[in-house]
Design a binder for this molecule. Structure first.
Ligand code: DLZ
Length: 163
C-alpha cells in the first residue's frame, strides 16, 4: 500500500491562507480528493480558495501564481490535487514528471509549501482507493492539506540564515 508509514498530522491553520488547485481529469476521484481536502481545511481552521485547471500538467503554473510568482499576494500554502492514470501512451510519464518537478520547483523557489495531492496510479481502482471516498483506504486530499499547513507552520519557526 502506498500510504504505509504515513504520519498522523494534526494542524492548526488558523490565520493561514491556503490556495487549492485542482485538475479536472477523472471526475469521481477528483471529487473525493477535493472533499477530503475541504474536510482537512475546515478542521484546521485555515481560510482557503479553490481554482480548477484542465489537467495535472497545468498544476505547476497555477501553483506558481498562487505562490506569488508573476504578482499578487502569495498564499501561505498551496495544495495541488490531480489524478494521472497510466494508459497506453507515454503521456503518463510526461504528465507525472512535469507535475512533480514543476510543483517541487515552485515550492523550493518561492518558499511556499505545496502539498502534493497528485495521485499517479496504474488504474482507476487504485486511484479510488486513495481518494478519501467511502471504502477508500487512504485520503490523499486531506493528507496534502495537512502536509502543506504543517510545513507552513514549520517554516515560520526557522530563522533565516544570515549571509
Ligand atoms: C493528456 C492527459 C492524459 C493522457 N492523462 C491525464 C491524466 O490522467 N490526468 C490528468 O490530470 N491529465 C491528463 N492529461 C492532460 C494533461 O495534464 C494536460 O492537461 C494536457 O496535456 C494539456 O496541456
Amino acid at each position: 500500500m502506498s500510504g504505509a508509514g504515513a504520519p498522523s498530522v494534526l494542524v492548526d491553520g488558523t490565520g493561514l491562507r491556503v490556495v487549492v488547485i485542482a485538475a479536472s481529469w477523472h471526475e469521481q476521484v477528483m471529487d473525493g480528493l477535493l472533499a477530503g481536502a475541504r474536510r482537512a481545511l475546515r478542521a484546521s481552521g485555515a481560510q482557503w480558495t479553490e481554482v480548477r485547471v484542465p489537467g495535472s500538467f497545468e498544476l505547476p503554473v497555477a501553483a506558481a501564481r498562487a505562490a506569488g510568482i508573476g504578482g499578487g499576494v502569495a498564499a501561505d500554502a498551496v495544495v495541488a490535487l490531480g489524478v494521472v492514470i497510466r494508459g497506453g501512451t507515454p503521456h503518463f510519464e510526461y504528465v507525472c514528471s512535469a507535475a512533480t518537478q514543476g510543483l517541487t520547483d515552485v515550492s523550493v523557489r518561492t518558499g511556499v509549501p505545496v502539498g502534493f495531492g497528485v495521485l499517479t496510479c496504474d488504474d482507476e481502482a487504485q486511484a479510488l482507493d486513495r481518494a478519501g471516498l467511502d471504502g477508500s483506504s487512504e485520503d490523499k486530499g486531506a493528507e496534502a492539506v495537512e502536509a502543506a499547513i504543517a510545513t507552513a507552520l514549520t517554516l515560520r519557526e526557522l530563522v533565516p540564515t544570515a549571509v
